[in-house]
Design a protein around this ligand. Sequence first.
Ligand SMILES: [Zn+2]
Length: 239
Amino acid sequence: MPYNTPAPSPIPPVATGSGRSVTPPPQTLAVLLPSRCVACSAVGPSPCPRCLASMSSCPNTPVPDGLDDCKALLRYEGATREIVTRLKYRNQRSSLRWLGSALADLVDAEAVDVVTWAPTTGSRVRERGFDHAELIARRVAGRTGVPVRSLLDRGPGPAQTGRSEVERHSGPSFLPRRSLCGSSVLLIDDVMTTGSTLSAAARALRTAGASRVRGLVVAHRPWSGRRHQEPEPNRLRAV
Ligand SMILES: [Zn+2]
C-alpha cells in the first residue's frame, strides 16, 4: 500500500505595505509569537500535557536487519505524527527539546561511542535548508554527552517518503565518510516503517568498521506485512 506523508503548507508570507510580502524567519516568529504546542496549537509547552497524554510509547520495536538493537520512542499516530511532520516539512522545532530529552532517556550512554543519523537526500536538505534527522541526533547527543558526527553520505536515489512499501524494501544507499575502527554507533532517524533505511545505513557503518550499531527512532509505523505483538500502551511522562 502506498505510503504518503502529507506535506503541510508553508508558513504564509506577511504583507509589508510596500506591495511586497516576506516570510518571517523562524527566529523572528519565535520572538513575536507565544510558544504553542506543535500538534494542537495550545499556548504553552510542546507537546502540551493533553497531547503528551495521548501519545503512546512503543516498547516492542522490531530490530531491522544489520542492527544490534533498535528502539522507538513513540507510535506513529495522532500528535506524534503531527510533531514529526511539522518538524520535517515546516521546520517547527518547538518539540525538539522534549524529543531530545525523551529519546536520550532510552540511551545507555556508556555503551555508545558516537551518535550519528541517517541523512536525508541532498535535494531535500537543499530544499528545506536542514536535515531533521540531524537536528534530532544533535539534541540526543547533547543530552547524553556522547559525541555526534556526520558519518554517512546518502547515495543517489529517491527519498523513502512517498514510495510504496514494496519499493521501500530496497532501501536507500549510504556511503561511510570515515573509518570507525570498532566503534559502537547510535544511529538516529525520525520514523521507521520497514526498517530498510536503518538497515542500509547500518551496512555502510559496518563496512567502515563499526562493531555495534544501535538504532533509535522517534516513531515506529508498523507496516502491514510484518506483524508483531504490541502490549498495552504506556503513557509518557513529561520531561
Ligand atoms: Zn497539544
